[in-house]
Design a protein around this ligand. Sequence first.
Ligand SMILES: [Mn+2]
Length: 427
Amino acid sequence: MKILGAQIASFNEQEALNHQKQFSYLRDQLGSKGVNVDRLIRKIANLQIAIPSWALGAGGTRFGRFSYAGEPGNLEQKLEDIGTLHALTRAAGAVSLHIPWDIPEDYSALRQQAAELGIVFDAVNSNTFQDQKDQEHSYKFGSLCHTSKAVREQAIAHNKEVIDIGERLGSKSITVWLADGASFPGQHNLRGALVNTLNSLREIHDYLPDDWRMFIEYKPYEPNFYSTVIQDWGTSYLLANECGDKAYTLVDLGHHLPNTNIEQIVATLMMQGKLGGFHFNDSKYGDDDLTVGSIKPYQLFLIFHELVYGMEQNIADNPPLAWMIDASHNVKDPLEDLIQSLEAIRLAYAQALIIDQTSLLAAQDQNDPVLAQEVLQEAFRTDVRPLLQEARLRSGGVLQPIAAYRQFQIRKQLISERGKTTVATGL
Ligand SMILES: [Mn+2]
């Protein structure tokens, strides 16, 4: 599956006139407000989001999984799919590997394939939430938190191996998400489980190469329903501080109780220079892993407002963030779903970039909540899609990725290449 430059050019030609009309109107509007539109477009084009290697096939729920025809059957095909996404959107220039679902066989071939597709290897992900075939000790009752030293050591060794694999690919970070927790009161010594987790994480942290970072992800519940050892950002932040300079908190949008003020968490972590990464998805009730921006686009905009403010006023020296989509695709074509998520992320970013920060700060200083809301919503209600289109056009992508994906009949081609019954590894 390869998208040719000529295909992209001829698609863009069909849409060019319409785009030029919309873009020049928006450029004039923003220009009259003093926005440097070319600089804005460069920033949008530079925002690259990692695609996780497990998101290219159909996901499932605990009730069932409905396969999607033409799914990638191996890691090379997964990379190929990300290459397709990147060719269309120019926004998916990174992959996040999950070990052991996606252990490379030929490292140099894989690196070469990625380089040809313009894809870099972002954070690698460890997995101690499942038992693997031939594994000596079970993670049924936890991994890094486990009461047994042998189980903890096995889980630590796995994380070290993931770092080794990442090193060979050029990754610079590892994300640790633990399912560790208890489903019933009394099952865990809550303090003991946290102490074990901290000591295990310290050992992984101390194994990191000098230029690496470790991201500690949190989640309030599921798969355990009474307590999760790393339940919230505060616990993750505590652990990151205790581990040391290379440890950071990772925020996954779906890993909060309903109505949590996530933008405030972002502001707090960036104030401390401890926000490491971000997993994007959307939710109505819990960790629903839906398409980014499909349920609460205003919340996403408010989060990006804090991210942009934090990045521009980087007083605490927060490192550049690792961005990744962490969603599951149950009813949509996974590639179309990812295109929609990529678009929603850049949309929220662009809207946050055009907030009139000077007026907003003045309104805040004067305690004028009406004006503050007006300023925020002026940006949120501006249709910035022509900016995203222009960013894609300038970097060789297509003006309308979903329309192009359908016009190029990409899924049909994938089915003819791979068949109807391939199943991608992952959840
Ligand atoms: Mn996540």
